[in-house]
Write a protein that binds this ligand. Sequence first.
Ligand code: AKG
Length: 244
Amino acid sequence: MENGYVILPRLLSDEDLKEAVQHADDLLKGAAWSDNDFDGRRTRRVYELLSRVGAFEPLLTHPRVRALVTEGLGEVHQFGMLFLSAVDPGQGAQALHFDAGVYPLPRDVEAEINVIWALDDFTTGNGATLIAPGSHLWPAGRRPREDELIPVVMPAGSAVVYSGRLWHAAGHNRSEATRRALICEHVLPWLRPADNHTLAAGAEGLRSLSPELRRLAGVAPASPYHGFIGGQDPEKWLHRSILG
Ligand SMILES: O=C(O)CCC(=O)C(=O)O
């Protein structure tokens, strides 16, 4: 609450980490570098992960992370941007930003709680995420100075959970190896998420998800009058017209 982030070291079992890394490698095959400076022209990003969850499931639904997100956003929330990121050698530091900046909301609204899973060790040399502790409480317009940034150094299998208001950026990868991460935003249920998960997953994709992931994909209504289909919880509609 005070710093705007928490590092959860070595949260994944060795087995889950190994399988997540293998899944990441499979997804990254053939992935191209991004075509803009913000995402990084030496960074590969893979989206549409809800149609190929595979070995990422334990990361997307990890109880420790889920508890923190629920504390921050309430019981009903949804995935925002969700992507696998591979920061390749030579990628310079990203522009500083806070993720909730995409929403035209006052700074004191906690709209997002996000998580970066380290699939490789995050080190000062390979571009560990840079964060400005406490910056989630800063007023609009206050930006971090260089000396206010610290690197999120953590071993592979760890996660950093942080407020969507926290200023941060991917660091400069000066190493010889790729730094891989699974980045998962969670947003309030009445906001439009960055990714259109339900469309990307499609009916078949939603059918194959666990009920928890289906809710996080945005199927859960924000309230009885927000996000329904035909006046009903979309989960019921899915059961009737797809699952049933
Ligand atoms: O890769 C990282 O360390 C952070 C990336 C990030 O904040 C972003 O792409 O929005």
